[in-house]
Design a protein. Structure first.
Length: 567
């Protein structure tokens, strides 16, 4: 709906009648070149029907003619004294009308005219080229007039020289505009007659042919979404982009665009600002608030040339701003620059993702070697890590007869069997929140209460030991094997720390470790032998049988117990 479809215009005072007359005269200044565009387009259409006979070429001429007729209707409705000024003039709405509504058909005339001039065989049809040149030149004069009228509407309260002398200063009254078009066209026609073999191109087209910024070969494969409610705008810009090698999808409104962005992959969005239901600002806001779409680059496109509009779009997250009608050089440059920035950002994100993945791999590898609290301390730069613990519980297990077994099977089979057992032990260690220290051959060592202290360390290790016996029994049944294990447990003080510079190793030292190892080595197969210090901590919750004093190497007689189960 245009700015003048309603009847809410504020009346002007009696003293402003001269302003009304001035606007009506300016409407006449717009109608004269518009009629010129229509007339030359009709002649071009007759010529094309007779000599060119290309359906696509004729279709584009018809689109120029339709745009010219639409422009004539809009101007007539806007500047008719009877229709527009009886209720007065809302100058703010008038400005919007100039800057957007009137520019839309002019954009279509310029866009289709430029493509027609590019596609035509100019040596074979010099007369058609002359008519196209006249149409384009006149359309640019119209655009200049509309810019001046927009200035007039915004500054109507003052008597600026520009508003008072627009015809004289700019030479844009109806006669001078027509004369300039005729003179320019005559020059082109004369040039064409003098040099029939030369390509007849207007100066702007020569510039674009010679100086068009190349589209990067990598960006040509990009997929673009063009959002505009005007069919002519979508058609014009998409055809330009197709010629540059882009893949282009079209959306008629903001809601359709948002749905397409969720359903398909795009590299760039070209988004019109003035649209019904949901304008470009609202669509841009939705894109930037959406976690999946927020990184999508958006170039805003509009006939509005206000700095406030540009600033608002950039502040909302738009990459750039394109004003209609499009200059092909600027269009190519801005799209290339935006796609290049996107490519660099994508590379940066890929690099950071790979860096993060490698960091996670390194951390996982570090955690396979060291307990997490120790690894965190090393990452923070702590040099020597050594801690004393007043009481922990140390566990040792050893497979009975495994050395003899290893002599009779292949290395791969040996490792496979041992790995299957130790993986099961690792799962139990994780289940009970204990810390695996290391494996030595077929021996398995863990600790409860270090490096993270916990009051129930002895109870947790006892539960794990009982589960180790059950797990090994189940594995034997599943794999038709007969592995047996000795387990020893002791509770006492230790020192724990990290050894090495390049190959880190977290280990335990102290008499507690030696006694726990003796509990295992001098234990009974398929039984859990515990020291008296461990027994005192778990006797209320577990069933333990006194084994009696036994000789412990390096320690003499020690009272030990056999852990049988939970109470």
């Amino acid at each position: 709906m245009s700015a003048f479809d309603g009847g809410s215009l504020e009346p002007l005072g009696d003293g402003d009648f001269s302003q009304e007359i001035g606007l009506v005269d300016m409407g006449h200044d717009l109608l004269t070149p518009t009629s010129t565009v229509i007339a030359y387009t009709e002649m071009l259409l007759e010529y094309a029907d007779e000599h060119i006979k290309d359906p696509e070429f004729i279709s584009d001429i018809n689109k120029v003619l339709t745009a010219g007729e639409q422009l004539s209707t809009l101007i007539t409705q806007l500047f008719s004294k009877k229709e527009s000024f009886q209720g007065g003039v809302d100058l703010e709405s008038l400005d919007v009308y100039f800057r957007h509504d009137l520019r839309t058909p002019i954009n279509a005339i310029l866009g289709y005219g430029e493509m027609l001039l590019e596609d035509i065989d100019q040596d074979a049809h010099p007369e058609a080229c002359v008519d196209l040149q006249k149409i384009l030149t006149t359309a640019r004069r119209l655009l200049t007039l509309i810019n001046d009228l927009s200035y007039f509407s915004r500054n109507s309260g003052s008597t600026s020289p520009k508003s008072k002398n627009i015809d004289n200063e700019e030479n844009l009254d109806s006669n001078s505009a027509s004369n300039e078009v005729s003179n320019e066209a005559s020059d082109v026609h004369t040039s064409a007659q003098e040099k029939p073999n030369d390509t007849v191109l207007p100066s702007w087209n020569k510039y674009e042919q010679n100086n068009t910024l190349p589209i990067d070969i990598d960006t040509q494969q990009a997929s673009l979404l063009l959002v505009d409610d005007k069919e002519a705008n979508r058609d014009l810009l998409s055809r330009r982009l197709y010629k540059e090698g882009f893949r282009v999808e079209l959306a008629e409104n903001g809601r359709q665009a948002l749905q397409m962005l969720h359903d398909m992959d795009f590299d760039l969005v070209l988004l019109d600002i003035i649209m019904p239901e949901m304008d470009g600002y609202q669509v841009l806001g939705e894109i930037k608030r959406d976690e999946q779409l927020c990184r999508m680059p958006v170039i805003m496109i509009s006939a509005l040339d206000e700095i406030d509009s540009v600033v608002r779009c950039i502040e909302m997250g738009a990459e750039d701003y394109l004003q209609k009608p499009f200059n092909q050089v600027i269009l190519n440059a801005k799209i290339s620059a935006t796609l290049e920035r996107k490519r660099l950002r994508d590379r940066e994100r890929d690099f950071l993702k790979k860096l993060q993945d490698e960091q996670e791999k390194s951390e996982k590898l570090l955690l396979n070697i060291l307990p997490q609290p120790i690894a965190e301390r090393l990452k923070k730069g702590e040099g020597t890590i050594a801690d004393s613990y007043s009481e922990v519980t140390v566990f040792f297990s050893d497979l009975v007869g495994f050395t003899e077994l290893s002599a009779g099977i292949s290395a791969s089979a040996l490792v496979e069997k041992l790995n299957r057992i130790f993986i099961a032990f690792d799962k139990l260690t994780e289940k009970y929140g204990l810390e695996k220290i290391k494996t030595i051959g077929d021996a398995y060592m863990l600790v409860g209460g270090a490096p993270t202290p916990r009051p129930d360390h002895a109870e947790a290790v006892a539960n794990l030991a009982l589960d180790v016996l059950k797990t090994l029994e189940n594995l034997n049944e599943e794999n038709n094997e007969n592995f047996r294990v000795r387990i020893g447990i002791h509770t006492g003080p230790i020192v724990a720390g990290v050894m090495g510079k390049h190959k880190f190793n977290y280990d335990l030292w102290g008499d507690t470790v030696n006694i726990a190892s003796r509990m295992e080595s001098q234990g009974i197969p398929d039984h859990i032998q515990i020291s008296e210090s461990t027994y005192r901590l778990i006797k209320d919750k577990f069933v333990c049988e006194l084994r009696g004093p036994i000789d412990i190497k390096g320690k003499g007689k020690m009272v030990t117990y056999i852990l049988q189960g939970k109470k």
